[in-house]
Design a binder for this molecule. Sequence first.
Ligand code: FMN
Length: 357
Amino acid sequence: MYRFIFKTVFTRIDPEKAHHLVISGLRLSHRVGAGRVLERLCRPEDSLQIRALGMVWPSPFGLAAGFDKGATSVLPLATLGFGHIEIGTVTAAAQPGNPTPRLFRLVKDRALINRMGFNNDGAEAVRPRLEEIREQISRLKRSGRHAPVIGVNIGKTKVTPLEDATEDYLISTRMLAPVADYLVVNVSSPNTPGLRQLQDISALRPLLAAVGSAADDAAQRHVPLLVKIAPDLADADVDAVAELVSDLGLDGVIATNTTISREDLHSDPEQVSAAGAGGLSGPVLAERSKQVLIRLRAALPRTTAIISVGGVTTGQDVAERLALGADLVQGYTAFVYEGPFWVRRINRSLSRALRSG
Ligand SMILES: Cc1cc2nc3c(=O)[nH]c(=O)nc-3n(C[C@H](O)[C@H](O)[C@H](O)COP(=O)(O)O)c2cc1C
């Protein structure tokens, strides 16, 4: 059904408009009471519960950052069965992002190219939404209903010069750490000029150290802190990040963000070049994402969490990432191609795999 709608309707409209249409539909269905039905249909089985980062997660599979940048649709998305939802990237100041069009489908590769550029409402606007969501999540938990873990992913405001990046991240940290189950420092989006230079150890060390202590101070508890890295880092740089994470006692790493590479695509090269600059996501990313996961797992103790993301489509893909040493797994692009019951299929397939042992 979704595949038919995707082919006949969505592929004819601008991808960003289609995204907003889907979100509006989901929110509307939530408002008119369909959320309870969806929740019953999609709720992950209790057997999928796992412990990571000091919390219980209803399923190892969650929604990657970028889908709900402003925390406007967390509860409707939760009814689809995600074990966690990572909101953001949120920046200190609100910003419009890059000019449109800035999101492109490569249907043949079931991939996306985006140069959204952290379009978001800013930390101050997002905070009260998350306060409200946390209250609702607590209520859901108390009544034994499905309640995902909520992560908050922060990035640098575009107009802030790179040398002032730490202060910019700290504004978001102080505002959002108190309302986050875990916090992610995103230094890997290809769409904010210079951002990925923050992955250099000399810049990353002071940034992560400052965010870590500010987060705990602001929240008056330990807020698990993770760093999200790019697939385009050289192996030696991945190793250096792992060493830094160990050194600082960081809680984990998210690997990976989108790639700037255009290799191994099957789409028409003209279509690919017409899309222009941006981050590529989808199955084409899977191989490098797995390589980075394997490297990180070899370098990091089991107590350091790894969230694997990049090209995950099926329950088998999720199981493979877990077997390779991931503690949790995320996806984004396949949601666009597979539709609202994608998470349900993944969770069911994971439950079946667990049962068959
Ligand atoms: C349209 C779009 C927007 C994204 N925005 C963000 C973002 O704001 N912050 C971030 O950390 N990652 C962002 N991502 C990257 C995803 O979270 C994920 O790391 C990447 O897409 C690889 O996973 P996938 O192949 O399952 O999509 C975005 C991805 C897409 C497709």
